[in-house]
Design a protein. Structure first.
Length: 456
C-alpha cells in the first residue's frame, strides 16, 4: 500500500498496477451514510415518474459508455472483452427494468369488516451493497438498481481488487442527473469499510455477494440490529447428463459452463454427472471440446477464458488439483499473469474435496451415475444449492429431477442461470433471499398496513 487504506488495482493478465485508489475507513462510511440519508428523503418524496425517468437516463448514459466500462473490467478483473461488454449491458438493462417497476410498486386493498384496509410499500432508507470481484459491474447493479427504484439511497462497497467500474458508474449516475450522494461508492478493505457499513445503525439493509464464510459473519452482525440482509454465497452446481440427452450438444456446452470467467462463478457447473451408459462417449467428446477453449489475452476478441483474479486465488486452485489426480487439461499462457489451464478431474470419489468444495477456478470433476435417484443423490451431496443443469429429451424426467434437486436456479438442456427478469438465489449454504425478477423492488421496502374505519 502506498498510503493507509490505499488500494492497488492489478491487471490479472499482466500483474501490473493499473490504478491506486484511496480506501475508506469507518469515519468515511459514517459520513457517507449521513449524506445518503439526507439524499434519500428527497428521493423518496419525488414523484415516481421523475424517479423512473432519472433511472432510465442513467441507463442511457451507461449505454453510451459500454465500451469504456468493458475495457475497465478487462483491466481490473481480467474478464474477456466479450463478457465485459455483456456485463456493462446488463447494468444498463437492469436499470431500465428497475425503472419500469417504480410506478408499479403497488400495495394491496384487503377486504376486512368495518372499513378499508390498505398496504403501502415504503423504502427502507439507506441500503449497503457489498459487491464481489468476480462480476463487479452486474452484481453491484443487482442490488443498487432495484434499491434506488424502490426509493432508497445506496452506499456501494466494491471488492478491493475491482473498484474501478463501480467508481465510474457513480460518476455516470451524477452525469445522468441522479441527486448527489444518492448513489455513493466507497472502495476499501472488507475488514474496514465493509465492517463499518454492516455495523452502521443508519444502514437498513445489507446486500452481500461473496463467500459463505464471510456471509455468515455479515449475517451475525446484521442480527445484532435485526437488520435485513440478502446473501448470495457459494455454489457447487451439478451438470446432470442423462443417457437420452443430445450427447453432442451436452458435451459441446459443458466446458464454458464451468470455464466462463475462469470458473470464478458461483453458478459454474463444476460437477459433471454423466449416466454410465454414455459416460465414455461423453468424455470422448468433452475432452477435445475442453482443449479447444482459447485461453489468453482477455482484450483479444478471440479469447474465451482469461486469468484468475489474483495470486491468492491461483494458489487456492492449484491446491485442489494435486499431482495424484487423473486430469484432462487445456492450455494457458506462461509468464506474468494468474493463469490456470482448463482442467477436468476424473476417477475421484464423490466425497473428494475437489468434488464437494467450491474451487472457484477452471476445474470440474466428472462423475458417473446409474439412474434418476442416483443422479439426484449426487446432485444434492453438497452443502450448496445455487444452480444446476439437466440434460435430457424426456420432459417428464426434466420435471421430476428439477423438483428433486435442491437448488434455486435450474435449466434444462441449457446452462443459463441469470436473467434479470427472473428471481435468482440459492438453497442451503448458497445464500438467503432472492435478487432480480419482478419482485426485486419489494425486497427493498417495508410493508405498512393502514386500516380506515367506515363505520358511522
Amino acid at each position: 500500500m502506498s498510503q493507509p487504506y490505499a488500494l492497488d488495482v492489478l491487471n490479472p493478465a499482466t500483474e501490473e498496477v493499473v490504478a491506486t485508489v484511496p480506501g475508506a475507513d469507518a469515519a468515511d462510511v459514517d459520513a457517507a451514510v449521513g449524506r445518503a440519508a439526507r439524499a434519500q428523503r428527497a428521493w423518496a418524496a419525488a414523484a415516481p415518474a421523475d424517479r423512473a425517468r432519472l433511472l432510465r437516463r442513467f441507463a442511457a448514459v451507461v449505454d453510451d459508455h459500454i465500451e469504456e466500462l468493458a475495457l475497465l473490467e478487462v483491466r481490473e478483473a481480467g474478464h474477456t472483452i466479450g463478457n465485459a461488454r455483456w456485463e456493462a449491458g446488463n447494468v444498463r438493462d437492469l436499470l431500465d427494468y428497475s425503472a419500469g417497476g417504480v410506478e408499479r410498486l403497488t400495495g394491496r386493498q384487503i377486504p376486512v369488516p368495518g372499513g378499508i384496509d390498505l398496504t403501502l410499500l415504503e423504502p427502507l432508507g439507506v441500503v449497503g451493497v457489498i459487491a464481489p470481484w468476480n462480476f463487479p459491474m452486474p452484481i453491484a447493479a443487482w442490488g443498487a438498481a432495484p434499491a434506488l427504484a424502490a426509493g432508497n439511497a445506496v452506499v456501494l462497497k466494491p471488492a478491493e481488487t475491482t473498484p474501478l467500474t463501480a467508481l465510474r458508474l457513480a460518476e455516470l449516475a451524477l452525469e445522468a442527473g441522479l441527486p448527489e450522494h444518492l448513489f455513493q461508492v466507497l472502495p476499501g478493505y472488507g475488514a474496514v469499510a465493509g465492517d463499518a457499513l454492516v455495523r452502521h445503525p443508519g444502514v437498513a439493509k445489507i446486500v452481500f455477494t461473496g463467500s459463505t464464510r464471510v456471509g455468515k459473519q455479515i449475517m451475525a452482525l446484521c442480527a445484532e440490529r435485526v437488520k435485513r440482509v440478502t446473501l448470495e454465497l457459494g455454489g457447487k452446481s451439478p451438470n446432470i447428463v442423462f443417457a437420452d440427452a443430445d450427447i453432442e450438444a451436452a458435451a459441446a456446452a459443458a466446458p464454458m459452463a464451468f470455464l466462463d470467467n475462469g470458473g470464478q462463478d458461483c453458478c459454474a457447473r463444476t460437477r459433471i454427472l454423466v449416466q454410465r451408459p454414455v459416460y465414455d462417449a461423453f468424455l470422448d467428446r468433452l475432452a477435445p471440446a475442453l482443449k479447444s477453449v482459447v485461453v489468453g489475452d482477455p482484450a483479444d476478441e478471440a479469447t474465451q477464458m482469461g486469468p484468475l483474479i489474483s495470486r491468492a486465488q491461483l494458489d487456492r486452485v492449484r491446491a485442489y488439483v494435486t499431482d495424484d489426480l487423473a486430469t484432462v487439461r487445456g492450455s494457458a499462457p506462461d509468464g506474468p499473469g494468474f493463469w490456470f489451464p482448463p482442467t477436468l478431474v476424473t476417477g475421484v470419489a464423490p466425497e473428494a474435496p475437489v468434488a464437494t468444495e467450491e474451487v472457484f477456478g477452471p476445474v470440474a470433476v466428472v462423475l458417473p451415475f446409474d439412474d434418476e435417484d442416483d443422479a439426484v443423490r449426487l446432485a444434492n451431496a453438497t452443502e450448496y444449492g445455487l444452480s444446476g443443469s439437466i440434460w435430457t429429451r424426456d420432459v417428464g424426467r426434466a420435471l421430476r429431477v428439477s423438483g428433486a434437486v435442491a437448488a434455486g436456479n435450474l435449466s434444462v438442456n441449457s446452462h443459463s442461470s441469470v436473467r434479470y427478469w427472473t428471481p435468482f438465489g440459492g438453497y442451503g449454504q448458497s445464500g438467503l433471499g432472492r435478487e432480480l425478477g419482478p419482485d426485486a423492488l419489494t425486497a427493498f421496502t417495508e410493508t405498512k398496513n393502514v386500516f380506515i374505519s367506515t363505520e358511522a
